[in-house]
Design a protein around this ligand. Sequence first.
Ligand SMILES: Cc1cc2nc3c(=O)[nH]c(=O)nc-3n(C[C@H](O)[C@H](O)[C@H](O)COP(=O)(O)OP(=O)(O)OC[C@H]3O[C@@H](n4cnc5c(N)ncnc54)[C@H](O)[C@@H]3O)c2cc1C
Length: 490
Amino acid sequence: MAFTNVCLWTLLAFMLTWTVFYVTNRGKKATQLADAVVEEREDGATDVIIVGAGVGGSALAYALAKDGRRVHVIERDLREPERIMGEFMQPGGRLMLSKLGLEDCLEGIDAQKATGMTVYKDGKEAVASFPVDNNNFPFDPSARSFHNGRFVQRLRQKASSLPNVRLEEGTVKSLIEEKGVIKGVTYKNSAGEETTALAPLTVVCDGCYSNLRRSLNDNNAEVLSYQVGFISKNCQLEEPEKLKLIMSKPSFTMLYQISSTDVRCVFEVLPNNIPSISNGEMATFVKNTIAPQVPLKLRKIFLKGIDEGEHIKAMPTKKMTATLSEKKGVILLGDAFNMRHPAIASGMMVLLSDILILRRLLQPLSNLGNAQKISQVIKSFYDIRKPMSATVNTLGNAFSQVLVASTDEAKEAMRQGCYDYLSSGGFRTSGMMALLGGMNPRPISLIYHLCAITLSSIGHLLSPFPSPLRIWHSLRLFVGYENVGSPSQG
Ligand SMILES: Cc1cc2nc3c(=O)[nH]c(=O)nc-3n(C[C@H](O)[C@H](O)[C@H](O)COP(=O)(O)OP(=O)(O)OC[C@H]3O[C@@H](n4cnc5c(N)ncnc54)[C@H](O)[C@@H]3O)c2cc1C
């Protein structure tokens, strides 16, 4: 008995000592880490330079600074941007945002909840919602729409609130290169002086008009179409939680709430047929060609912006596959790296997912000075991102092609097939909406739904009887699907 007591007391003493040692040591380690960060900050050196504080640059700066990196962000214009891009964050994007600790950037900007869309075609309409039940999605399955500039400002504020982030206004002119390794950038600061910034890692995140990309690879963006948009102010859509997608001609038209009082109206025009905005041709085109195709109950709101003389803006939509740069010490990110058609509003989601992957890969590196290791990280990053980015890119490009009106019977059948599929309800609608919302961005799901839409369109085309011409159109449809449907466009 006495022996048992001694053993028990010894064990207890041992456990107590170990616990005290563990807790003290952990505290010490945390203090050491914090000290190291402060010390590093005081020496003035930089770990990472980020060019551009748009959605990507700001989110990345926050993520890396949270890991203790000293980040210098150089942004050309720190005023609130006014753009017609990046206004709709899919549920999948919100999940990424929350994983980065940035979900609160959607608060306080009058962002609107979106639970799906209403699709209109030839006088018919159908509601398609993001699946709420049995969706295996670990987050609230709703999107948010907002003024892009307000969101970007919130991201910038959040990043620059960290002591190890330096957000500076300046325009980067070029990358500093030594023997194939990027050492930093030259830039013009807000005082107009040419200066330089050096760091072991430079991230180029300067958006879709990137000038710096050209010095890193020979990747060229293809202009697919133009999005033309304006805001109708002081109004609210019926069922504001549903984005309105109209399958109009020459391509789609959308209306969605970007604040409690503002409605974004946007439509697509094809590159060789763009009326001039400056001489008023575009406003006439909106009134005479697009507005008559907008369902009556939405038309008043659609025309409000034009009638009140709101500024019309046009923005090119581009497609560009991701390409690795041979240069060391540098990473391209965001639209400077990879673009897809914005019809599925997923650019920010892919970008935030890229940031999460990159952050995780960089975390084990205590310093970023080893260019060889950074190159390995970039190669892994490129491989790991592929399933998600290829799925979204292929979906975006396929969906946008389906939305373009055509006199070609095969293409029109596909367009009708897409509407029928989205409006059919049940598994087909919820599966497609999960895919569009980034709740299930897996290649297998994409292949399944694209095949199903193509087959049901072929069925539609061949009924009521399969004439030789219809069989020919079906074969073309199938080949057309093969072209857009291979998920390899990372
Ligand atoms: C018409 C359209 C609509 C879209 N709609 C959506 C949508 O609804 N949802 C969605 O998820 N995605 C959408 N996208 C895609 C999304 O907007 C982009 O993927 C995303 O904004 C890219 O972020 P980024 O940080 O790479 O670029 P940006 O957000 O454009 O940021 C680039 C930043 O770099 C700065 N910069 C540029 N050059 C320099 C320089 N030399 N020196 C310093 N700073 C510089 C710029 O001022 C800017 O602040 C849309 C795209 C288009 C074209």
